[in-house]
Design a protein around this ligand. Structure first.
Ligand SMILES: [Fe+2]
Length: 338
């Protein structure tokens, strides 16, 4: 069996903690260029940020966003455009509608489907993690649903998705990747008939780290070791994520439990509740496994990324010694070529 060791494409920069405001246009929200479809019109006015910090209208609503515009922006080194805060719901509806169309279209190749899914999920997670209010969690849910559907139905697209996962330490990219791996592994273990279960659980894999939105950025991105106090703050995120999902009130119970338990360990040494094997939800175990894999293979402030092969070996030998090794072996098969 050979393993995929391909390097991955760059992703947009993280959303700023405070969104930029412009005197003329009000509060503006950043979007990644990759989520604008080349063959479609701009869903709303698109702004560009100039080097001095001011914003200019780059393409008005309805202007075809074509290859020429994309190439012009690439030449300027622009990776993000901005939309008005008022246009955010329209933009996410555009994202969701196009994703559904692409995923269902039999003439679209698996790799193009995978690309569309990854870009849409990353963009949606960026919003949900920056501002986890019910409306944005609902938008996330709507984008996750066709994603889960694709992973459950289409082996070739799933393989392409696994290859697309990006090495990046942004929480929202990490969460997109954990979501993709989590659903893919759960399906591998439980088969296609689990589509309904996957739909109930899928959002949990994607939103498992939602509680991290309450961790101060300087702790989240600290390059050195955490103090005991900082560690306590970080370790609150499973409970915080669970509380946020509960308060917003539309996530399934399974997704909430997965969020709460994704750092529990079979040997009782995990957190927040020190549960042991029998009390840990099987899907929380899957989430822990893919979460660790994704962290090891991403660049983080405190470590260099490992290759897929190194990460899997390190997990088997050093980290997941308390875990059912069969689960780890199943995960390895996701990376098999062919
Ligand atoms: Fe976590």
């Amino acid at each position: 069996m050979s393993l995929l060791l391909t390097h991955k494409k760059p992703v947009p920069a993280p959303v700023p903690a405070v969104r930029p405001a412009d005197r003329e246009h009000g509060e503006l929200y950043p979007i990644g260029l990759d989520c604008l479809h080349l063959d479609l019109s701009a869903p709303c006015d698109l702004f560009r940020r100039l080097s001095g910090g001011e914003f200019v209208l780059y393409a008005g609503k309805g202007i075809p966003f074509d290859q020429e515009i994309r190439a012009g922006l690439a030449e300027l080194g622009v990776e993000e455009l901005y939309i008005r805060e008022d246009d955010v719901p329209r933009f996410f509806a555009y994202l969701r509608d196009n994703l559904e169309k692409i995923v269902r279209d039999v003439s679209v190749s698996p790799s193009r489907k995978a690309q569309a899914v990854h870009v849409s999920c990353t963009e949606t997670m960026r919003r949900a993690y920056a501002d986890p209010r019910a409306a944005f969690l609902q938008q996330a849910h709507e984008v996750i649903t066709p994603t889960v559907d694709l992973i459950v139905r289409d082996d070739a697209a799933t393989r392409a998705l696994v290859q697309l996962t990006a090495y990046d330490h942004c929480t929202y990219v990490h969460s997109t990747n954990v979501g993709i791996f989590g659903v893919a592994l759960a399906r591998l273990l439980h088969g296609r008939e689990s589509a309904a279960v996957m739909e109930r659980l899928g959002a949990g894999f994607f939103l498992h780290d939602l509680g991290k939105c309450r961790i101060p950025v300087e702790i989240l991105n600290k390059p050195g070791a955490l103090s005991a106090r900082e560690r306590r703050i970080v370790n609150r995120h499973p409970q915080d994520g669970y509380d946020i999902l509960r308060d917003e009130g539309f996530m399934t119970n399974e997704a909430e439990i997965l969020t709460l338990q994704h750092h529990e360990r079979e040997d009782g040494q995990g957190y927040p509740n020190g549960l042991t094997s029998a009390d840990i939800h099987p899907y929380a175990r899957i989430c822990r496994l893919v979460d660790i894999y994704e962290a090891l293979t991403a660049d983080r402030p405190y470590h260099q990324r490992r290759s897929t092969f190194e990460a899997l070996r390190f997990m088997q030998e050093k980290i997941l010694t308390d875990m059912d090794q069969d689960l780890v072996r199943q995960f390895v098969t996701l990376f098999a070529v062919g």
